[in-house]
Design a protein around this ligand. Structure first.
Ligand SMILES: Cc1cc2nc3c(=O)[nH]c(=O)nc-3n(C[C@H](O)[C@H](O)[C@H](O)COP(=O)(O)O)c2cc1C
Length: 195
């Protein structure tokens, strides 16, 4: 049920503050980590910001490759999100240790534009080209990216918006409350303009 999302609507995929999985690859190595701190920062061209700590292996791959992807895990993937956010891929270049994809049996497919490893079973995927901002990266661990491809699972994101319903509860996005506890968007409210 994976469908392309118009780039002009890409901001809607992360507007509600879901936890994302940041995937990256460079020089034959690949990795994935969780990030609760990401947000859209521009409609057109679609731009995003994500915090990637200096301690992470992800940061090395993003800086080396100039690209990253945001994958949105769903309720059914809470354990996966928590695990890849709790274990570092550092050392995976040592052939005696598998990368996190192999270690946890995470299925990946190639991103359509940048060929980044995207996590199967997620409900949305954004490939981003890094917009180098050395000061923001160094001082605030904040990385900016321009979204160049966007896709979503049409069972839960259709016609440019999320549709969180009781019959697709396993596909709802995850919102981190801390220490592995996540909330899911149980209810939505359609606002109307005041008269
Ligand atoms: C739910 C969750 C959210 C997280 N959010 C962030 C984040 O926004 N930024 C960050 O740098 N680390 C965050 N982390 C921690 C990284 O995912 C963690 O350090 C990870 O092991 C790094 O993996 P790597 O070294 O393989 O890149 C989060 C962890 C969890 C479990």
């Amino acid at each position: 049920m994976r469908r392309a999302v118009e780039l002009s609507k890409a901001n809607r995929l992360i507007n509600h503050g879901p936890t994302v999985l940041v995937s990256s690859a460079h020089g034959g190595r690949r990795n994935v980590m969780a990030a609760a701190w990401s947000m859209p920062v521009e409609f057109t061209p679609p731009r995003v910001a994500v915090v990637i700590d200096k301690s992470t292996f992800t940061r090395e791959l993003v800086l080396a490759s100039g690209r990253f992807a945001l994958n949105l895990p769903c309720r059914a993937q809470a354990d996966l999100a928590y695990t890849v956010g709790s274990v570092s891929g550092k050392g995976a270049e040592d052939s005696t240790r598998a990368d996190k994809f192999a270690r946890y049996g995470i299925e990946a497919f190639d991103g359509p534009l940048l060929g980044l490893p995207l996590v199967a079973g997620c409900v949305a995927w954004l490939e981003c080209r890094l917009i180098p901002e050395p000061h923001a990266q160094e001082a605030y661990d904040t990385f900016f990216g321009e979204v160049v491809s966007a896709q979503a699972d049409a069972r839960v994101f259709d016609a440019g918006r999320w549709s969180f319903r009781a019959d697709n509860a396993d596909l709802h996005t995850l919102h981190h409350l801390g220490a592995g506890l996540f909330a899911v968007p149980a209810q939505t409210v359609q606002a109307e303009l005041l008269p």
